[in-house]
Design a protein around this ligand. Structure first.
Ligand code: FES
Length: 105
């Protein structure tokens, strides 16, 4: 089972912007990279840095605390000091709503 949860309005998340939202116990970072939306867990697994505040380059975000890199598409870690990736979420845009798919187990 999965459901779509609105996390932002497209006018509030213009290209180059990111935000962090709390959705049902998950803190999720949502990015707009040149019009394409990505969502991954906001909390860096290294020491808890907020990935939504990181520098974005193409499909990569750099943690603002110690500069680990993560793939925005998959959540995979690309560079240390983090050793594990974060969860990634499917993003769907319906009208002006940016929605994230949450899966329930
Ligand atoms: S908290 Fe993200 S790299 Fe250290």
């Amino acid at each position: 089972m999965s459901k779509l949860v609105k996390v932002a309005h497209t006018k509030d998340l213009t290209p180059g912007k990111a935000t962090a939202v709390d959705v049902e116990g998950n803190r999720i970072a949502v990015f707009n990279v040149d019009g394409t939306f990505y969502a991954i867990d906001d909390t860096c697994p290294h020491a808890g840095g907020p990935l939504s505040e990181g520098q974005v380059n193409d499909c990569k975000v750099t943690c603002p605390w110690h500069e680990a890199d993560f793939d925005l598409k998959t959540g995979d870690v690309l560079a240390p000091p983090a050793f594990e990736g974060v969860k990634s979420y499917k993003v769907v845009v319906e009208g002006n709503d940016v929605k994230v798919e949450l899966k329930s187990e």
